[in-house]
Design a protein around this ligand. Structure first.
Ligand code: SF4
Ligand code: SF4
Length: 181
């Protein structure tokens, strides 16, 4: 429990999570979340757990990994809570302390790698990165890949953004800010 309270403190202070103390548990967020049926706990319940200090359970939930940043909940929350931002923070904390749903994390990393390199996503590079770690998924998605390739809907060759040097500088700056925050 002590470790849980330390984690809650970290979430409140380092990640500005204190705001969830304003949550009135109305459930509007969960009711408006398109992914709630697939989440272990909807946002309302997740925040209740965090407030109670049940951080281990909260950080092990799949909730934040299923969040697709649609902002439905944020628009409707009567207390103006930045729910989506807190989802990102909890995801970051979970990864930091070694609680990672590997498939989700690998998918995120596979999408991020080509973006960092070329400034934009290349479908094939992203899926290749993921398939190296999950060959079963590659095998299952093969028929879809063949169909997309036949319709010329797959981009095989990366097309870097015009000012890739500038883009990389922006990325470096963002990482620096993140390290200092
Ligand atoms: S909509 Fe806002 S106030 Fe209502 S439960 Fe969700 S976070 Fe809390
Ligand atoms: S931003 Fe995330 S938590 Fe909020 S409604 Fe969309 S998917 Fe659900």
């Amino acid at each position: 429990m002590m470790a849980d309270l330390v984690l809650r403190d970290r979430f409140f202070k380092k990640y500005h999570g204190q705001e969830i103390e304003n949550c009135i548990q109305c459930g509007t967020c969960t009711g408006s979340c398109p992914l709630a049926p697939y989440m272990d706990y909807g946002p309302r319940q997740l925040f209740a757990m965090v407030r109670e200090g049940d951080m281990t359970e909260a950080l092990n939930a799949n909730t934040m990994w299923f969040c697709v940043s649609c902002y439905n909940c944020v628009v409707k929350c009567p207390r103006g809570i930045s729910i989506t931002d807190h989802m990102y923070s909890l995801k970051k904390m979970a990864a930091e302390i070694g609680i990672k749903p590997p498939k989700m994390l690998h998918l995120y990393q596979s999408f991020n790698a080509p973006v960092e390199k070329h400034g934009r996503l290349t479908d094939v590079a992203a899926m290749a990165g993921y398939s190296l770690r999950h060959p079963g998924a590659a095998f299952r998605n093969m028929p879809l890949g063949v169909k997309l390739a036949a319709k010329k809907r797959l981009e095989f060759k990366p097309r870097p953004v015009d000012n890739i040097t500038g883009f990389k500088k922006v990325m470096e700056k963002a990482k620096e800010i993140e390290r200092l925050s």
